[in-house]
Design a protein around this ligand. Structure first.
Ligand code: ADP
Ligand code: MG
Length: 880
């Protein structure tokens, strides 16, 4: 838009509102529609698949526009949010009938991926976080909140940890950063590419302002925030975030009323690689929950429980006592079958109280939300009764948090009808007997309707028209309808209002008079009902923190019950957790693969790692033998144990691990655009720099992306470094058999292999881990299993035999090619680049004086050289 003068007053209003929301699509309410204009219309029409039209078609530059009916906003809005857009919803804030000039309009809320409240857009088993960061010199601040639940956390970040580590752990949907901070601070978080990032002015993060809004929400000096002082960058981050939310949500966020300080050293670090390679909450193939540890363990019955379980999996504990508390609780519920059964059944009737109460505080809840909250509160006494016999500390703590909020429960029961409608403006919400005025209005309306029914009967008698009906519509109000065939009976005093194909519609003064009373009462009823409903909703909002605490108690009980159920169903054992440095697992299994039902039975395996003789295992064995599975299962069992869960094994003794590191697979990062080898080396470097003697490292075939010799050398040196300097427990799978020699000479390093049997030239995988190294790699047999043609298989056996006999020539090139071309003579291709005999073409190339050649000369020289190379190869091949 260039010249404002050409705009109509309406569009000028639009422009001035749009200017304050340049980074959002503006939904501009006009009557029954939300209209979009200009670029917004172009963008939105594509995503929403709706027609793009223009306003003012006669103009030579007509304005693009599109619109959606206001009542279908729920089906359109999610599409824009999912596509990563923010939407500013602008309503008419005065009655068009009484407004002078243009109706006043205001943005009432900005919806963005990190601030959705709509159930259709939220995953019930996952928090929907919006995060904000504030970089500082030594310490940086991070804050994140889920406004749909009120979950609010802050964390200080100190080197060597980075925003990346934290952000990948919490996977926010939206990120707020102060102006002037560029996104190169977060180079590695792959999900950031799809993340909605908002840059906000520095003032929003300014200390004084930040502290005051933070204090408003949390009364932070009264909570357990001793370690954080007023000058911490955490306060800036939190204040900026809360300020942003206040601005976009246009309501005070009363559901955010306490804060959790996340402490790094309380938790095992689970970074993005580990999440991905161990497939904790998202499968590598589909990105979905299927085939993940979370899916296997998720026997929770409530959405809060599901979210908490996910949190436990991604944030395993370091403190043995805390872990043991969870184990004790799981054990108690696991051992009591009837209790577990009844408990889970009760829990299944509890719905998402946490999100319901958030909608209530944000004034986005309807009467069904209140009814559903009421139903949940009604279950609490039963739940308390059921668990009253439990002596366990964790369970009694959780049950003490639950609260039926009796007064509120009574209020909702008295006020809200049994199955209220979705809309809060159409009545039908409040029970009879709750409010005098309401009862009186309803009486009038009921009487009026009775009067109309009586009038109908009376008129039928008077006119003799039996088929006459008194009806109602929004345009005419009440009217009398007579079919065409009966028109002769219509009396003089009827006033004709409308003619239809088969009937005439009439009114009478008497009818109209009564209509006013009835409709007036109906209107008043609806308005009063809405007002009463809002009062009850407000009362519920005042109890928000009690209800949130109750929801957290229920979540805790639900997770314990779920893990007990999983332990029972899958035959898990309670691991022994200690502060030692060794890991001993007997008959361990991979919790996901064992449930996949791939046909055969899962073969369990033992493992023993410590910080002395058994520090670093070199694991060899053919492809498909089960190396990766074995390594992952070890890490998953450790992680499950520290999350408090029982584990898939016969027996497990686990010294707590501070971090799991994984470097797995050679080709899984290609999509990120960096060379595979580079990525592999960066990740290895990260491990070598950050692992401690408490860490558990999985290295799966590192060094694969480069030449054999480079690969072996790097792998060798890395293994030595880890073993000698870091002393971290390590599983090192490799197809470089050379590495097995390390174990023979180095204390702490030992060999294991996946056993296979050969039978009639076929290989059978036993999937059992045995001491010592594998004798060969069976690659050819595996290739055969995979369906490589027999001709290739047979030829590769020949090559292998050759290789094993002669191996490498003195230039380091494999001799395998010799038998193919001509025994004893090198093929031309190898010849050209081998170092000790210079090919004549190379000499000629080197001597070329390119600067003094015309392009044409250069081209013909090139052609000549190519002729020489091809001629030579032809000669070699011709000698066969
Ligand atoms: P490798 O890393 O040695 O190539 P994988 O660990 O990828 O082998 O295992 C290959 C396949 O073998 C897996 O997909 C799994 O289905 C199966 N497998 C692995 N370990 C076991 C086991 N202990 N018991 C049964 N099947 C297994
Ligand atoms: Mg593997």
């Amino acid at each position: 838009m260039t010249n404002q003068d050409h705009l109509t007053p309406l569009l000028r209003q639009y422009q001035s509102i749009k200017q304050q929301h340049t980074d959002a699509i503006l939904f501009f309410r006009m009557g029954d529609f939300y209209e979009m204009f200009f670029d917004d219309a172009v963008t939105a029409s594509k995503i929403l698949e709706i027609a793009l039209t223009t306003r003012d078609k006669r103009n030579e530059n007509p304005i693009p526009m599109c619109g959606i009916p206001y009542h279908s906003v729920d089906s359109y809005l999610p599409k824009l949010i999912k596509a990563g857009h923010r939407v500013a919803i602008c309503e008419q804030v005065e009655d068009p009938a009484t407004a002078k000039g243009i109706v006043r309009r205001e943005v009432i809320r900005v919806v963005s991926p990190g601030t959705v409240l709509d159930g259709n857009l939220l995953d019930s088993k996952e928090n929907n976080y919006i995060a904000s960061v504030y970089p500082g010199k030594d310490i940086s601040g991070l804050a994140f909140v889920d406004i749909s639940t009120g979950d609010f956390h802050v964390a200080e970040i100190r080197a060597p940890f980075t925003f990346d580590d934290e952000l990948s752990r919490i996977s926010p949907k939206e990120l707020i950063i102060p102006q002037g901070v560029d996104s190169s601070l977060f180079p590695n978080t792959s999900q950031l590419q799809t993340l909605c990032i908002n840059t906000c002015p520095q003032e929003m993060f300014e200390s004084g302002r930040a502290l005051s809004i933070f204090d408003e929400h949390t009364r932070w000096k009264q909570t357990g925030m001793e370690d954080i002082d007023a000058s911490s960058p955490v306060i800036n981050a939190a204040g900026g975030l809360l300020g942003y939310l206040a601005e976009t949500q246009k309501t005070s966020l009363r559901n955010i009323n306490s804060v959790n300080v996340w402490k790094r050293d309380r938790h095992m670090i689970v970074d993005e690689h580990v999440q991905r390679t161990l497939e904790l909450v998202k499968s590598q193939q589909s990105g979905q929950r299927r085939g993940t540890l979370f899916q296997i363990l998720d026997k929770t019955m409530t959405p809060m429980g599901g979210r908490l379980l996910r949190h436990w999996i991604l944030n395993p504990l370091m403190d043995c006592n805390e872990i043991i508390k969870r184990q004790d609780a799981i054990e108690e519920i696991k051992n009591n079958f009837t209790l577990r059964y009844k408990l889970r059944e009760l829990l299944s009737n509890i719905n998402d109280m946490e999100r319901t109460i958030s909608r209530i505080t944000l004034k986005a809840a309807n009467a069904r939300d209140l009814a559903s909250l009421n139903q949940c509160l009604g279950i609490i006494p039963e739940l308390k009764g059921l668990l009253s016999g439990c002596s366990d500390q964790f369970i009694s703590n959780a049950i003490n948090m639950t609260d039926e909020v009796g007064e509120l429960k009574k209020l909702i029961s008295d006020a809200i009808s049994d199955s209220p409608p979705l809309s809060i403006t159409d009545g039908g919400i409040i029970r009879d007997g709750f409010n005098h005025d309401l009862d009186r209005l309803r009486g009038i309306s009921r009487e009026g309707k009775g009067w109309i029914a009586r009038l109908e009967a009376k008129e039928r008698q008077r006119t003799g028209i039996d088929s006459m009906k008194i009806r109602y519509n929004r345009v005419f109000g009440y009217y009398i309808e007579v079919t065409k065939t009966k028109l002769q009976g219509v009396p003089q005093d009827y006033i004709r209002k409308q003619t239809l194909a088969g009937a005439e519609r009439y009114i009478t003064p008497e009818l109209k008079e009564y209509e006013e009373t009835v409709l007036g009462a109906d209107e008043k009823t609806k308005r009063l009902e809405q007002q009463l409903f809002e009062e009850v909703r407000e009362a519920a909002a005042r109890d928000a923190s009690r209800i949130q605490k109750c929801a957290r108690g229920i979540a805790g009980i639900d997770v314990i019950a779920a893990l007990a159920e999983a332990a029972h169903t899958y035959h898990y054992v309670r691991p022994v957790i200690n502060h030692g440095l060794s890991i001993k697992i007997k008959e361990g299994r991979h919790p996901v693969i064992e449930q996949m039902g791939y046909g055969g039975r899962f073969v369990p395996n033992d493992i023993e790692l410590d910080c002395e003789k058994n520090r670093l295992m070199i694991l060899t064995g053919p492809n498909m033998a089960g190396k990766s599975t074995y390594m992952r299962q070890t890490a998953i069992i450790v992680l499950m144990a520290q999350a408090g869960s029982f584990v898939p094994a016969e027996d497990a003794r686990i010294g707590v691990v501070d971090r799991i590191f994984t470097r797995i697979g050679a080709s899984d990062n290609i999509s990120e655009g960096r060379s595979t080898f580079m990525v592999e080396m960066e990740e290895t470097a990260n491990i070598l720099r950050n692992a401690t003697h408490r860490s558990l490292i999985l290295l799966d075939e590192i060094g694969r992306g480069t030449s054999t010799f480079d690969g072996i050398s790097i792998a060798w040196a890395a293994a030595e470094f880890i073993n000698r300097r870091l002393k971290a427990k390590t599983l090192f799978a490799t197809h470089y058999h050379e590495l097995t020699e390390l174990a023979l000479t180095t204390e702490g390093i030992f060999n294991s292999h996946m056993s296979v049997r050969e039978w009639n030239d076929e290989v059978i995988f036993l999937r059992k881990v045995m001491p010592g190294m594998a004798d060969k790699s069976y690659g050819i047999q595996v290739a055969r299993l995979a369906g490589i043609p027999m001709e290739v298989i047979n030829r590769s056996k020949e090559v292998l035999a050759n290789l094993e006999k002669e191996e490498l020539d003195d230039s380091g090139m494999p001799k395998l090619a010799h038998s193919e071309v001509n025994r004893g003579r090198r093929p031309a291709q190898t010849d050209i680049f081998s170092s000790h005999e210079t090919h004549p073409v190379l000499t000629e190339l080197k001597d070329l004086d390119i600067m003094n050649m015309t392009p044409l000369e250069a081209l013909s020289k090139l052609e000549e050289l190519r002729g020489k190379v091809e001629g030579r190869r032809w000669k070699v091949e011709g000698q066969r």
